[in-house]
Structures are given as structure tokens and as C-alpha cells.
Design a protein around this ligand. Sequence first.
Ligand code: FAD
Length: 393
Amino acid sequence: MSDLEPFRAETRAWLADNCPAECRGPLADDEMIWGGRNPTFKTPEHKLWMERMGARGWTAPEWPKEYGGGGLSREEAKVLASELRRIKAQPALNSFGVWMLGPALLAFGTEEQKQRFLPEIVRGEVRWCQGYSEPGAGSDLAAIQTRAEDRGDHWIVNGQKIWTSYADKADWIFCLVRTDPEAPKHLGISFVLFDMRTPGVTTRPITLISGKSPFCETFFDDVRVEKENLVGTLNRGWDVAKHLLAHERTMIGAMGEVGGGRPVGQVALDAIGADDDGRLDEPMLRARIAEMEIDAAAFRLAMERVGDQVKAKQAHPAIASMLKYYGSELNKRRHELLMAAGGADALEWEGERSHDGKTARDWLRTKANSIEGGTSEVQLNIIAKHLLQLPGA
Ligand SMILES: Cc1cc2nc3c(=O)[nH]c(=O)nc-3n(C[C@H](O)[C@H](O)[C@H](O)COP(=O)(O)OP(=O)(O)OC[C@H]3O[C@@H](n4cnc5c(N)ncnc54)[C@H](O)[C@@H]3O)c2cc1C
């Protein structure tokens, strides 16, 4: 018996008792649990599920216990993930706080900031958004123009962010601001946190081709930001921003690994039917699906290997770009195949039979995977320069 078997048995028993039946199986995107000050839950059981997992620290299993996390080792966290998969548990909490801000605070935050912000992130009590991109600063993120003027014990922030996902629903923002306009562009940026209810913050939703949109434009008009909410060193926010981006990119890459929903082969089989040998009766599509599934299996192993390297502090900082690039391209391929497998039915945009065009809307959503968190072209530049060390153009 491996050392982890008692932990597995204990975890399995706890999940059997604590993961409600309503929280197992597929969950639509718009039913996901995001927590926050004004949370919405599909059912009361979903609230319970978030609260129970949060109280145990299992919404952030590997964070230290003193900050509300689960305190699990990497191996234990893998066991927990596999037990959650086994019972098809829905995510107890989706959270930019867990995926992005938390790791940055653990690395750069003061003790006071960690004590203040991390436990409420774990419990899903505060919902965060990301104020990075601006109309003139996307791939060239260090070109941000949002200004923070020093007023002694606080700053006054003015400027505009764009593509701020869920800004209209978020409680707090982690934000890049320019604190030294005279310095070279990477050296005059600071990383600050503030409440979205602060006077002078406004948001305006943006609509997308899929008909749904998480996006907002976010405007700052003389917004007061307390100095205690600076993360890391003044004017060195670029270091914090990059650390956070590595976590964001790994998280987006993981979409390629997870897949979610019914296996593509099964969807195709239902739509097209089987040949005399029980195989998908469409050899070309069958080959493309097999190729994608093999690549996905290899990618899962690569993710696991990199995860171990990160934990052992042996990972190259640019490796997240490789995961982000490959995972998002893989996810796009998977959804292309789902469209191909679904035939004309997959194009249906509205109606009960198609769950209001879920296949088509999900496919369109994946187009954004290779843009959000840094475009595929930019990831390829990073891979070429930092991992492959190719000569610059
Ligand atoms: C779904 C989604 C969610 C997002 N959520 C957020 C959020 O919550 N907060 C936030 O701050 N931002 C968010 N973003 C914004 C995202 O970070 C930017 O869209 C992204 O960084 C690209 O910037 P841009 O849109 O300005 O494109 P641009 O930088 O203008 O790029 C345009 C094109 O030029 C190419 N290009 C640019 N520079 C180079 C180069 N050096 N070499 C080769 N090609 C290049 C790009 O690859 C792209 O194809 C989100 C984006 C999406 C799609």
C-alpha cells in the first residue's frame, strides 16, 4: 500500500459525504460558481459545496494552511484532483483569486496582505478581476498608460483598462498602474489592489460574436488607492505581473488538458454512427479525433511533469508559454472536431435541442483562448527566445 492510500481513502469518504449529488456531472458555463460579495448559485447545494470545500481549504489545495489553504503536498493534491474527477464533481469555485492573484501574493505579498486577502479568496467571499490590458497596451503590456499619482499616503489613479473579464461582477481588482512616467517602461509600473466600489471606478460591458461576453471596459476617474495595497516593490510591479501571468498561462493551457464535456469520439459516434466493426463510420474524422486524443494524452503528461518541476523550483520561467500555446491550440482543435462531428446540428444557434447553440458558442469561445493571457504569436516569440534560444530577427 502506498503512503498516499490512507489519504485517498479519507478523501473519498469525505467527498462521498460532502459533495452533493446536484454538484456532480456537467455544469453549463453560466452556472459556474464564482463566489464574491453577491454570489449566484444554481441550487442551494452549490452554495454548500463551495462553502464546504472552502472551509477545508480545498479550493486552493496546495496553499499553506495558515492562509486558509489545504496545506496539501503536490502528491496529495493530485490524489484529491483524481478523486474529484472520479465522482465527476463540478468545480466548487472558479476564481481569478485562486488562479492568479493568490500565487502572486504568496510570492510577493506582505504577511499582512496574505493574512487579509488569501483566506477570503479560498472561501470564495471576494471575487477579483484583472486590470492589465489597455486600449494601447495588449501584447505590449508594459506600454500601459493608467497613471497613479503620489499623494502621500495614497495614490490617485486615472486611466482606462479594456477586456477586463467580469469587471462588472468583481468586488476587487488587481491592477497595473504607471507610478513613474519618466522611467523606462518596464521599470515605472506598480501592482496595486483596490475595491471596485471605490468612487471613480466604472465598468461598461462589451458584446462578442458568441452572443455572450465576460468583457468590460473599466474606467478610473480620480480613484483613491491606499499605499498599503501595493504588492511587491514600488515601480517593480512588472516582476509581480510576470509571475501572475505564468500562473494565468498555465491555467489557460490546462483547458487543453481537461477538455470537459463528453468525449469527441462519443459525440461523433452518436451523430454519424458506427461501421461494421463498431468504429466511427467516417475514416478521415476518426483519424483526426485519434490524433487529437493522442496529443491530448501526451499533453496531460507534459502538464504533470511541468507541475512537478514547478514544485521542485526546477521549471524554466518561460515554460508556462509552452503550456499556454499548446493547450489553447489543442482546445481549439477539440472544438473544431466537435463542430465537424455534430454536422449541421452543431450550427444551430438557438433552441432547446441544441441547448441554445452550446456547441457553436463554445467553439467560438475557444477562438479567444489563443488571445487571452497573451496571444499565441507572443507565446511563440517567448518560446523561441527564452526556451529555444534562437537568434533574434
Ligand atoms: C477571453 C479574453 C479574456 C481576457 N481577459 C482579460 C482580463 O481579464 N484582463 C485583462 O487585462 N486583459 C484581458 N484580456 C486581454 C488580453 O490579455 C489581450 O487581448 C491580449 O494580451 C492581446 O492584446 P490585444 O488584444 O491588445 O492585441 P494586440 O497586442 O494588439 O495584438 C494584435 C495581433 O498582433 C499580434 N502581435 C502583437 N505583437 C506581436 C509581436 N511582437 N510578434 C508577433 N505578433 C504580434 C498578436 O499576436 C495579435 O494577433 C482578455 C482577452 C480575451 C480574448
